[in-house]
Design a protein. Structure first.
Length: 471
């Protein structure tokens, strides 16, 4: 990781000027102020029909200035770091404190040193032309895997963000955050039917991500299970046991449960879990985690966007709700340390409680044994869009692929079904957790007023009863 002077030079400021800005932001009596500087470079390339159909490079640069006073937040940003413009933004943010009653106390955080995503090859040192052979090889390899493929779309993107954070407690925190993402979509045609399959990988790492191993991995995944896709039918619906496959099924955990554990929803009484802290919400032995410390993970961060060091947080431990996901505001309100979940899309946005890598830890059950114990049910392993009501906990998810379970065996492939349930009830109805936790390293992005990269995962899990929307 780079020294502080590197970041001060990028943003053309001194430590004395940082203090001047936070002092100005607090001039009208705020409780806390902080600065978030960002310099990000983005690059993307799309290969379609064997030609580059789009691509681009751009930069983003600026600073966001926040003031907290009681329950209120003042926020302003500048797309340059000229001192006069930053002082104007600080004064604008400080105005929130005028005539505002109430106050909160913000404590310093204990610093830790992480280097979760060192770059062996800096994206900024590579030209666009250097990545074109990789995309062409990926396209060629996918086409070679199945004669039914009529189209391949391959895309990649990368970014590097230099971030510097300073606050009125005197904490100066700096970080360089790389991200590389590759996605390939194959379109198949057979007997007048068309199916498509997408595979993706995204990591906080440098250009060392790009290579033949990734070509093989994505090519294997994008053709896997396509025979079953063509054979799949829509099953009869109803209430039944549901086995969620390891990996990408974690998106249901993220959406249907994870958001309800975010502290802002609970602080405002909007979450179904607002009054359940310390209570049993799952069977004993179930552990649900939000983790910012997974090396190279898309959702990880050496620090969150408030300068709080990365942490692994047990939301549910041995079935008991132990922690919400906190930023500095909710941590102050609850009187607990921040869990390092204050995240923002970029310097134009306030940080708010957001997930990072959310998953259920492995249990002790054998995955095949879990399926064998189900007489009549359904197995699902790929989800797409879903809807969740945070206040009630009700959710609906669309299933892209799965299988019927009949007498303990996976039989006919199924598709075009919905899984419908209630988050707290689904947690309570978990009857088996497999020993095969898998983190899905696809290009997951979470939208909650603003977008941030996340990841998700889970082992094979059996829920005793959910509603399956079918025929």
């Amino acid at each position: 990781m780079n020294g502080n002077q590197y970041y001060l030079n990028i943003f053309k400021v001194t430590e004395n000027q940082l203090k001047m800005l936070t002092d100005t932001a607090l001039a009208h009596g705020g409780d806390f102020s902080d600065l978030y500087f960002e310099y990000t470079t983005y690059f993307n390339l799309l290969l379609k029909d064997e030609v580059v159909s789009s691509g681009g490079f751009h930069t983003d640069y600026g600073v966001g200035i926040r003031v907290l006073k009681g329950e209120k937040t003042g926020y302003a940003y500048s797309e340059n770091t000229e001192m006069a413009d930053m002082m104007q933004a600080a004064k604008a943010a400080s105005a929130i404190a005028l005539g505002t009653s109430g106050s909160c106390t913000y404590a310093p955080v204990r610093d830790k040193t992480y280097d979760l995503y060192p770059m062996a090859a800096n994206w900024r040192a590579r030209s666009a032309e250097a990545f074109l052979p990789f995309l062409k090889e990926l396209e060629k390899e996918v086409f070679s895997r199945d004669t039914r493929i009529i189209k391949v779309i391959a895309r990649m993107s990368d970014s590097v963000s230099d971030v510097m954070m300073f606050n009125s407690l005197g904490e100066l925190t700096c970080d360089t955050r790389p991200m590389g993402s590759v996605t390939v979509t194959a379109v198949f045609q057979q007997g007048g039917k068309t199916e498509n399959k997408t595979a993706s990988r995204s990591f906080r790492m440098g250009a060392e991500l790009i290579g033949p191993d990734l070509v093989r991995e994505l090519s294997d995944e994008v053709v896997k299970g396509i025979d079953e896709r063509f054979e799949a039918t829509r099953p009869k619906g109803g209430q039944m046991p549901v086995v969620m496959g390891a990996g990408a099924s974690g998106i249901l955990l993220h959406e249907a449960m994870g958001h309800a554990f975010e502290a802002d929803f609970n602080r405002k009484g909007q979450s179904i879990f607002s009054d359940r802290m310390g209570r049993q919400v799952c069977p004993k032995g179930v552990n649900v985690v939000d983790d910012g410390t997974v090396a190279f993970n898309r959702g990880s961060g050496n620090y969150d966007d408030e300068g709080v060091p990365a942490q692994k947080t047990y939301m549910v431990e041995d079935g008991i709700l132990r922690s919400y996901l906190h930023d500095r505001i909710s941590a102050s309100w609850y009187g607990v340390p921040s869990t390092g979940n204050g995240r923002r899309e970029n310097f134009r946005y306030n940080p708010i409680p957001r997930m990072r890598a959310t998953y259920m830890e492995s249990g002790e059950a054998d995955p095949q044994g879990i399926i064998a114990d189900v007489k009549q049910g359904i197995y699902v392993d790929e989800f797409s869009n879903g809807q969740v009501k945070i206040g009630e906990g009700d959710f609906t998810f669309f299933v892209k692929s799965g299988f019927l379970i009949e007498n303990g065996r996976l039989t006919a492939p199924v598709k075009d079904i919905n899984i419908i349930g209630n988050g707290p009830q689904a947690l309570a109805d978990i009857v088996a957790v497999g020993n095969d936790l898998k983190i899905d390293n696809g290009t997951w992005t979470c939208g909650k007023e603003q977008s941030v990269p996340v990841s998700c995962g889970m082992p094979t899990v059996l829920v005793s009863s959910l509603t399956v929307g079918g025929e």
